[in-house]
Design a protein around this ligand. Structure first.
Ligand code: SF4
Length: 468
């Protein structure tokens, strides 16, 4: 039997999730960032950028800019951010960011094409309109961005701090996709997480994005927040579905106050019980699929005509630090504090605090804190994990040919674990393929974890959130 005959769908099985839910990485990279080491420094990074310039065909570039500032603190936050209302901090930061941009641009050829660009945070729109124009202008002066119809230029917005004019400016300077945090419309939930955001503010920004012809509008929701109930989240879902975004991401709130200080301000007594969370998740899947959204994987839903859904159908979906992407394996140049990049078979991460980031740039050195050169084994496992995350199935023969291995011998332990998962109903193992079942799709992280060599030698999974 060919597993592709089994059309991808999603099945919510609360008992299975209850039984198998465990902590696990989200695999926006493999190996995960906590495996990076300080031995990978700016010199190693520069050496790897030089390898790009050998040969005729080069991988396209993707640029990621991290803007760490936020006006107010959301109590659920686990991001790297700086809370301030003082815009002069952004003035200083932009100055350093453009210095870094300058240093990075010198490592690449003017022929290198940038096919993707993303501003994340923090809150990128903490920058004023003039500052955003200046940053984009500085980028275009140093890098070769492809035209609007070919490039994926995206930004994370906070609707509380912007208006329709800002949306117009963003489109004018080149952004064509946006995502927006909503989390939950219920005022009680918003008060409990210190994020007051009216429906009017959110809907006005969605309308402005449509008017300015953004190609894709994505909304982020979070389930498992304090004061949330099935009934209240149902209302939020209804309003979001009515607003008709192209994509909806529904994240699980992971309460890890030992790791994330802001979360200590959430009263654990206000959190929904695990059973309520599961009910909310079940309801979310029901409502979104009823409304015509397809499950892409790992928290993401998209309309059938959205480019992510199309790419998945065509077997061309990819996964990177921003989540799912339609663009093939680009080299990722990361700019700004804590940003993570990827050049060839390497990862690198910038310093995570502003002082170290600034001081390193003052010395004329790229502000790289740590990184990793992937081994052949890392690349093999990365390929398998990405394929599973994007397509929920794996054909073994192409992997054997690409990596010159016998799958059965190389992954004997993993196959034993997969057989147990088959008994649990998470997947079907064929002679030369593996296919994740509709009810296994919500537990795709569990399946990927089987291939994570680092988890086999170090099973301290407390650093990760629960799968659901
Ligand atoms: S959740 Fe986003 S907006 Fe809120 S504090 Fe964290 S980074 Fe800032």
């Amino acid at each position: 039997m060919n597993p592709r005959q089994d059309t991808p769908t999603l099945e919510f099985d609360a008992d299975l999730i209850r039984r198998l839910d465990r902590n696990g990485p989200r695999y926006t990279s493999y190996p995960t960032a906590d495996r990076f080491a300080a031995s990978f420094d700016a010199q190693r990074y520069i050496a790897w950028t030089q390898h790009r310039n050998v040969g005729v065909k080069r991988r396209p570039l993707s640029l990621y800019f991290h803007i760490p500032f936020c006006n107010t603190l959301c109590f659920y936050c686990g991001c790297n951010k700086v809370i301030t209302k003082n815009n002069s901090k952004a003035v200083t930061y932009l100055d350093y960011l453009i210095r870094e941009l300058d240093m990075q641009a010198k490592l690449f050829s003017s022929d290198d094409k940038v096919e993707q660009l993303h501003w994340g945070g923090g809150t990128p729109t903490f920058l004023g309109n003039a500052q955003m124009r200046a940053l984009m202008r500085a980028t275009r002066e140093r890098f070769n961005l492809v035209d609007d119809d070919k490039g994926e230029y995206s930004i994370e917005l906070d609707p509380r701090k912007i208006n329709a004019e800002t949306v117009a400016v963003l489109r004018e300077i080149g952004f064509n996709r946006l995502s927006m945090g909503v989390q939950d419309f219920d005022p009680a939930v918003q008060r409990a997480v210190n994020r007051l955001q009216s429906e009017e503010e959110t809907l006005a920004i969605i309308a402005a994005a449509r008017a300015h012809r953004f190609k894709s509008i994505s909304i982020d929701l979070i389930y498992g927040l304090p004061k949330q109930t099935v009934m209240s989240f149902n209302q939020t879902l209804k309003k979001i579905i009515d607003a008709n975004p192209d994509r909806i991401a529904v994240y699980n709130y992971a309460h890890l106050p030992a790791l994330f200080k802001p979360q200590r301000r959430i009263d654990p007594a206000d959190l929904p019980s695990p059973d309520t969370k599961l009910d909310i998740l079940g309801l979310t899947i029901l409502r979104l699929t009823e409304a015509g959204y397809l499950y892409i994987g790992m928290d993401h839903f998209a309309k059938p005509d959205d480019e992510l859904a199309i790419a998945q159908r065509r077997g061309r979906l990819h996964r990177n630090f921003q989540g799912y992407s339609t663009h093939a394996d680009a080299d990722l140049v990361a700019l700004g504090v804590s940003a993570i990049g990827k050049i060839g078979p390497t990862y690198s991460q910038n310093f995570r605090d502003l002082d170290s980031y600034y001081q390193t740039l003052d010395k004329g050195t790229l502000p790289i804190l740590r990184g990793l050169e992937l081994t052949q084994d890392d690349l093999l496992r990365q390929c398998i994990i990405n394929t599973l995350m994007c397509h929920f199935e794996l054909f073994m023969e192409p992997v054997e040919i690409a990596f010159l291995i016998s799958f059965e011998n190389y992954f004997a332990h993993e196959l034993d674990d997969l057989k147990k998962m088959q008994d649990d109903g998470l997947l079907t193992l064929g002679d030369r393929w593996l296919s994740v079942t509709p009810k296994g799709r919500l537990l795709i992280r569990n399946i990927c974890m089987v291939f994570d060599k680092y988890l086999r030698v170090d099973s301290d999974d407390q650093r990760y959130s629960r799968v659901i």
